[in-house]
Design a protein around this ligand. Structure first.
Ligand code: GLN
Length: 505
């Protein structure tokens, strides 16, 4: 027994969430010890990675001790009880700073918790802190954060993806076994792809949006980030499910993602390869890994079929009208009157001048760009030509998915067209930045679900590549079935998870 404690204690931060939870349940280790080990790791590596915007050691340890008591008294019993987690700073956390990566919200402490935060607390999952992100989740590199960029643990000169680069980097650098991200156009999946981790965007309405600061309400969805498929499933099962406080929350049973992850079986499954999401614009090594993964899936007994989704070529254009339109409206609430900073309030200025000075000082360049795009697209005279047209494209993309899913069970593509690029490389070129989400955006427009799974390193740069698995709305279980089957085959090949190859920091 003593020996067992020593083995698990010596590298607590490298264990999966499932292993940690079972060790805590069996009394081999306490949540306090597990939490302390991760807080030590954060102190050690986060000065280089900058995954976190907020960590409060005493608060996390205090909560871990409470959870230890709850477990001992039989009051907390969930499959992840006692395990630490990192939360994207877009989630409202009661009394704890919530900035959304923006200077405009500096100092704001929400008076309530997001539903996800409440569910995690009830399940005894212990928060380590809040993670860095592109300002208001706009971006693909975390460079648009008002608090400085996060770095990719595989190569500190490179981006960890975005907007949820902090959450992905925290998991990839063993600072946390679990994280929550949000995905409006790819912000869980693309960071997962470029950091060699697993990320899932659940079905729209599958996870409550209550208490998640809105970017584009018809696209936003929070979801799980972890280092393997089973941990992702366990976290998914805790945060998903109906919430009467979110009007778009789906009131039907959550698909059994844990059972699906356990089944890991793709025999007889039909897997569609999206014709439009390969070839031009995709890095050679990304396609090489992608094709190797398809061969593996075929070897496991799946039938691989090419599928055409004709309207996907318009997805990026439609998204960059719909998202800025909704964002410009959602972000109107940040006016210096209710939340965060206020500028120019010295008695000499009108209310409008104070609002304008606050927004000028508080918002970064990308947020301003999108507010201008959105207000323009929604203005009278242009509404039909831009926003209206974009909504029609959205319908056509949804129909492409419907027709594809009438003859395949899941669709696959590379998650991102390239591996992690260098910090600064695309910062001054918004269009190049937007193109990172070419493969992920159609899923948000249609509202269905998708996973990014690590499938190897690109030979030309040695950086992680992700495979995207897409399933119909409310068939999230299929992601886990295919993901875990492919993961098991890859683990056999490599002798472990890809993330174990990441350089020690
Ligand atoms: N990168 C995309 C954007 O900039 C997606 C953002 C997201 O999913 N939050 O809009």
């Amino acid at each position: 027994m003593t020996e067992k404690i020593h083995t698990i204690e010596s590298d607590l931060v490298r264990q999966s969430a499932a292993t940690l939870a079972s060790a805590i349940r069996q009394g081999d280790v306490t949540s306090e010890q597990v939490t302390a080990a991760h807080l030590d790791r954060i102190e050690q590596v986060d000065p280089a990675v900058h995954a976190f915007l907020y960590v409060n050691r005493e608060q996390s340890l205090g909560r871990a001790r409470e959870v230890d008591r709850g477990i001992a008294e039989g009051k907390i019993s969930s499959p992840l009880a006692g395990v630490p987690i990192a939360l994207k700073d877009l989630l409202a956390t009661k009394g704890i700073p919530t900035t959304c990566g923006s200077r405009i919200l500096e100092g704001w402490r929400p008076p309530y918790n997001a539903t996800i935060v409440e569910r995690l607390e009830a399940a005894g999952v212990v928060s380590l802190g809040k993670t860095n992100m592109d300002e208001f989740a706009m971006g693909s590199s975390t460079e648009h954060s008002g608090y400085g960029p996060t770095r990719n643990p595989w190569d500190l000169e490179r981006i960890p993806g975005g907007s949820g680069g902090g959450s992905a980097a925290a998991v990839a650098s063993f600072q946390s076994p679990l994280a929550i991200g949000t995905d409006t156009g790819g912000s869980i999946r693309q960071p997962a792809a470029v950091t060699g981790t697993v990320g899932v965007k659940p079905t729209y309405g599958g996870v409550s949006r209550y208490g998640i600061v809105a970017l584009a309400s018809s696209l936003d969805q929070a979801g799980p980030c972890a280092r393997d498929v089973m941990d992702t499933a366990l976290l998914h099962s805790i945060i998903a499910g109906h919430d009467p406080r979110d009007s778009t929350s789906i009131n039907s049973p959550v698909p059994d993602v844990i059972q699906a992850a356990l089944s890991a079986d793709v025999r007889q499954m039909k897997i569609g390869v999206i014709k439009q999401l390969q070839g031009e614009g995709f890095q050679r090594g990304v396609l090489e890994r992608f094709n190797a993964a398809l061969d593996l899936l075929a070897g496991l007994g799946a039938e691989i079929i090419e599928v055409s989704c004709e309207h996907f070529q318009y997805a990026l254009g439609a998204y960059y009208l719909i998202l800025p339109s909704e964002a410009s409206s959602n972000l109107a609430r940040f006016d210096g009157m209710r939340f965060g900073i206020r500028r120019g309030d010295d008695g000499s200025n009108s209310v409008e001048q104070v609002m304008s000075a606050t927004r000028e000082a508080g918002f970064g360049a990308e947020v301003k760009r999108r507010i201008m795009l959105g207000t323009y697209a929604l203005s009278s005279g242009y509404y039909d030509a831009y926003y209206g047209q974009a909504q029609k494209i959205r319908t056509l993309i949804t129909r492409d998915f419907e027709s594809a899913f009438s003859h395949v069970d899941v669709l696959v593509s590379p998650t991102a067209p390239t591996t992690a690029f260098k910090i600064g490389e695309k910062l001054d070129d918004p269009l190049a930045m937007y193109l990172n989400d070419i493969a992920t955006i159609p899923v948000n427009l249609a509202g269905n679900c998708a996973m990014s799974l690590p499938i190897g390193l690109a030979p030309e740069d040695g950086l992680p590549v992700g495979l995207q698995i897409i399933a119909p709305a409310m068939a999230d279980d299929r992601l886990y079935r295919v993901g875990s089957a492919l993961e098991a085959a890859l683990v056999d090949q490599w002798g472990g998870l890809l993330i174990e190859e990441a350089p020690a920091l």
